[in-house]
Design a protein around this ligand. Structure first.
Ligand code: A3P
Length: 286
């Protein structure tokens, strides 16, 4: 493992902050953090690590593109600037605002099995509430099912976010299909190299992801990243730095009752089919 102090710092000459040429717009809990961190391994990518919430937040949007650009990482000529804000996926204003910034910007949408995403979202809410000293959000079944009718509560926000067709329709009303890339968020977990290469190809980046870019970390139960760095003062000597995502990614989900799972799967099936037709791509969400 390379010691940080021994890693050669690149001179910052010719580096400027540019508006993004690609935006990962969501969806929340579908591996958006993993994606931006994986892309950041690529030498031709400059990735903003913080979520910017520019196009989805009226106060931020009013600050203008100059403000937005100032939050982008400094990049070398030829590098592709990227940011990710999962909130954009569900924001009615975001597609048009992004299009107004740059009509040829590339859009990336990661999607995961809608029920897994929903449970992940609920799990995150439980953690957030504990961290803020608030009461738990309530019992999962009571939140996702209508108490009176027993039907799926389609107004519950985590259910709404997983109703992908509703949101994707808004993106497709503004951007041509060829400008949007869909990442299989379930496969991103098990085959990060394959999904990263697909994205690399979509973005027209030179192929840089290899078997050496990722390794399976058994104690985390997830793939982590390897970056090759030059060791200072040693000519052509290289070393690896290894990095896993933080503990907030890859949490254990509580078991969900079979009957509730069935109701949720039945509910989403119809929406999934509309989505598959709309985008001309299927996901294995049985
Ligand atoms: P869980 O914590 O529910 O497992 P996001 O970054 O959009 O919030 O997505 C979080 C999800 O990314 C995690 O959900 C996890 O399953 C998934 N993920 C994908 N690749 C991962 C990786 N290499 N390490 C950790 N989590 C990863």
């Amino acid at each position: 493992q390379a010691n940080d102090a021994s890693v050669k710092k690149e001179p910052s000459v010719n580096k400027t902050s540019k508006l993004p040429g690609c935006i990962i717009v969501g969806a929340r809990k579908c591996g958006t953090r993993a994606l931006i961190e994986f892309l950041a391994l690529h030498p031709d990518v400059a990735a903003a690590r913080k979520e910017i919430h520019f196009f989805s937040n009226d106060t931020n949007y009013a600050k203008g593109l100059k403000w937005y650009r100032s939050l982008m990482p400094r990049s070398k000529p030829g590098q592709l600037t990227m940011e990710k804000t999962p909130r954009y996926f569900v924001s009615p204003a975001a597609p048009t605002r992004i299009h107004r910034m740059n009509s040829s910007v590339r859009i990336v949408i990661a999607l995961r099995h809608p029920v897994t995403r929903l449970v992940s979202d609920y799990t995150q809410l439980c953690y957030n509430n504990v961290a803020r000293g608030l009461a738990p959000p309530g019992n999962f079944t009571q939140l996702v099912l209508d108490e009176r009718t027993g039907a799926v509560n389609s107004d519950y926000t985590p259910v709404l976010v997983s109703t992908y067709d509703l949101h994707v329709a808004r993106w497709l009303a503004v951007f041509p299909r060829r400008q949007i890339h869909f990442v299989d968020g379930d496969r991103l977990i098990t085959q990060p190299l394959q999904e990263s290469r697909r994205l690399e190809a979509f973005l027209g980046l030179p192929p840089r992801f290899t078997e050496d870019s990722f390794y399976f970390n058994a104690s985390r139960g997830f793939y982590c990243m390897k970056r090759i760095v030059t060791v200072k003062g040693s000519g052509e000597r290289f070393a690896h730095t290894e990095k896993c995502l933080g503990a907030g990614k890859g949490r254990k989900h509580q078991p969900i009752e079979q009957s509730v799972l069935k109701k949720l799967n039945d509910y989403f099936q119809h929406h999934n089919e509309i989505l598959f037709k709309m985008i001309g791509q299927r996901f294995d969400w049985r």
